[in-house]
Design a protein around this ligand. Structure first.
Ligand code: NAD
Length: 370
């Protein structure tokens, strides 16, 4: 029970397979991409304890040697130290250019193992087996890989496309409800940025998706991946339309930076509040209707996600520090602020010259202190 979604990137084209039972098929699906009969599986401790044995069984049944490199869970692993440790352990396995890395985990493992694959012996193939909703609908598709530095998130990285992505909906059964909601924010993002019909469907079916009802989950994940694949195929290196995927991210990154990139505010939660803010800012500038902004917020809130500064943290945020983070964001060009704004539900656009003063006024109206 699965379907394949192509990512049309010419010589770097690949398939994203979405469905159930894919861990058991991983060996036979990955074997055609392996030159020698060996892969290295990179995973985190949590995912490995829950699902590692099943993946190993499947790889070995297909005749593949599959040593594992298991790293600590959490964003702090996506660092220079984490990269050095992983690279050293891959070298110790004597992994070669003809071998392949399998990234088996959430966005942290995907970004770290993907970046290691991009630079290991000048580049080695890798396959993504994403295990969080966020990783399935977003980070495993499109070839963005990166680590964080103390100066900010995802600042050191590379575009390196996987050879194959296997999104097994079964593994989501062990994901916490909070991580499920955080990933759902990225699902709503696709509706809000470019597919009004999908947004409307989500307004009605969010409860089923979050409860992991099989048909609703398959539709939500499948439609999200289709949209990501289509946008990436059109604009691999984010010269234009791919930037729409950053809806909610300029506000969101600033909130994450202020709350310290951790358990206090998950990435998806920051994006959720960021999208609600982007729609309300759009309405405040007369770009979309207040009714559309209210519907966007209601759909996000219905999933139990934050939509206001007060939802994110009980303390007040300062407008100045938030805007300072926005200006440092790598999407800021020449000091001007870049935002993804909206003309309507399902109609986002890239606004490259947003006035910082207008953002500060808006944030003050949203309850920020100066
Ligand atoms: P994550 O990888 O930290 O996973 C969240 C938590 O869930 C971890 O503790 C993990 O161990 C656990 N987990 C994973 N799968 C599980 C499962 N099936 N059952 C139980 N627990 C499970 O976080 P994430 O939200 O998947 O990814 C966030 C990262 O993705 C961030 O670093 C972000 O920058 C990155 N990201 C990258 C892109 C991209 O295009 N490359 C896009 C969006 C986000």
């Amino acid at each position: 029970m699965s379907r394949s979604i192509p990512v049309g990137l010419g010589a770097r084209a690949y398939e994203v397979v979405v469905g159930r039972g894919l861990l058991d098929e991983a060996g036979t699906r990955i074997a055609p991409f392996v030159k020698r009969k060996r892969v290295a599986v990179v995973s985190d401790e949590t995912v490995w304890a829950l699902h590692g044995a099943r993946l190993t069984r499947s790889l070995e049944a297909a005749g593949l040697a599959a040593p594992a490199v298991v790293v600590p869970p959490g964003e702090q692993t996506k660092s220079f130290e984490g990269l050095a440790d992983l690279s050293d352990r891959l070298l110790a396995l004597e992994l070669d250019r003809g071998d392949l890395i399998v990234a088996f985990g959430g966005g942290v493992v995907g970004d770290l193992a993907g970046f290691a694959a991009a630079i290991y012996k000048r580049g080695i193939d890798f396959v993504q087996i994403p295990t969080t909703l966020l990783a399935q609908v977003d980070s495993s598709v499109g070839g963005k890989t990166a680590i964080d530095t103390p100066r900010g998130k995802n600042l050191i990285g590379a575009f390196h496309q996987p050879r194959l992505v296997l999104a097994d909906l079964d593994v989501l059964s062990t994901l916490s409800d909070r991580e499920m909601r955080a990933g759902y924010a990225e699902v709503v993002k696709y509706g809000l940025l470019g597919d009004y019909a999908f947004f409307e469907w989500l307004e009605t079916n969010s409860g089923e998706v979050l409860a992991r009802e099989p048909q609703a989950l398959a539709h939500a994940v499948g439609r999200s991946i289709e949209m990501k694949a289509e946008i990436v195929a059109e604009d691999e290196k984010e010269a234009g339309r791919r930037a729409l995927l950053n809806l909610g991210h300029t506000f969101g990154h600033a909130l994450e930076a202020e709350t310290g990139y951790g358990e206090a505010l998950l990435h998806g939660e920051a994006v959720a509040a960021g999208m609600a803010l982007a729609f309300r800012f759009s309405a405040s500038q007369g770009l979309c209707t207040g009714q559309d902004a209210a519907r966007a917020s209601a759909a996000i809130a219905k999933a139990g996600l934050p939509t206001t500064l007060a939802d994110v943290a009980p303390r007040a945020f300062g407008a100045d520090p938030l805007v300072r983070h926005m200006a440092q964001d790598k999407k800021a060009e020449g000091g001007r602020l870049t935002f993804i704004l909206a003309r309507a539900l399902g109609e986002a656009f890239v606004a490259r010259d947003v006035d910082a003063g207008a953002i500060k006024t808006f944030l003050a109206a949203e309850g920020a202190t100066p």
